[in-house]
Design a protein around this ligand. Sequence first.
Ligand code: SAM
Length: 276
Amino acid sequence: MNSLPPLREIIARHGLRANKALGQNFLLDGQLLARIAAIPGNLEGQNVYEVGPGPGGLTRALLSAGASVVAVERDDRCIAALDELTQYFPGKLTVMPGDALAIDERKVAGAGAHIIANLPYNIGTALLVRWLTEREWPPWWRSLTLMFQEEVARRIVAQPGNSAYGRLSVLAQWRSEAAIALKVHRSAFVPPPKVMSAVVHITPKQAPDGVFVETMGKLTQAAFGQRRKMLRQSLKNLPDALECLGNLGIDETRRAETLAISEYVNLARAIGPIEG
Ligand code: SAM
């Protein structure tokens, strides 16, 4: 590691002025990066999929922890900057130029990979929802260790009755364990973003029987799409939903944010598959 140039030098040499549109806020503190890389456990011999390596700070920490890394990066300037890292860890790092939203990630990362990333804030939620709504469960990924704006991290782990409780909370918790593993001060980033950040750690658990993920997706979308409304209003266009509420003894005058995860599970199971 000693003969790798400091990240600041890489950034200067490759002219990596942060591009706001690409959500670029870089982490340069090696100790902090090593702590993030340690969150999923021992990475020796493990496969890791990283979205947005940027100048490669987190990538270095992952490689130093013994992982093999496949990283997808949209900014060509960073691709050139990552070349040195590829050479320093021969056969351990594959950098794929491209858009993480468009790539066949399961194919490039391989089954059983840990997903670890300091996500660009503008696509973080879309990627998370995609990873949480895999039809197959347990999914192809082994764990998620993801940096989000703290407000998003709070939504992921929120409990019923909390104002942050919403669609992300239910999707993250009905068949996964989700926890905030680390809070990160805005000053740790270059440039510092306006808000604080946090790393969320998510691992799949046993999925409840008989629940279709598409139904859970549509149910949570309908319920929290109108979170201030009573369920009888927000769920009225979801086939069979109001009848199932009645059968389960869930009061239709309740609001989405009061339902426990287990009530969403029971409701989705009772509704069954939804066409289209
Ligand atoms: N991992 C680096 C770090 O921790 O310092 C950089 C993190 S920065 C928050 C987000 C990175 O994602 C940037 O390098 C940016 O270029 C990249 N990025 C943005 N949109 C992307 C996309 N659609 N696909 C792949 N990478 C993307």
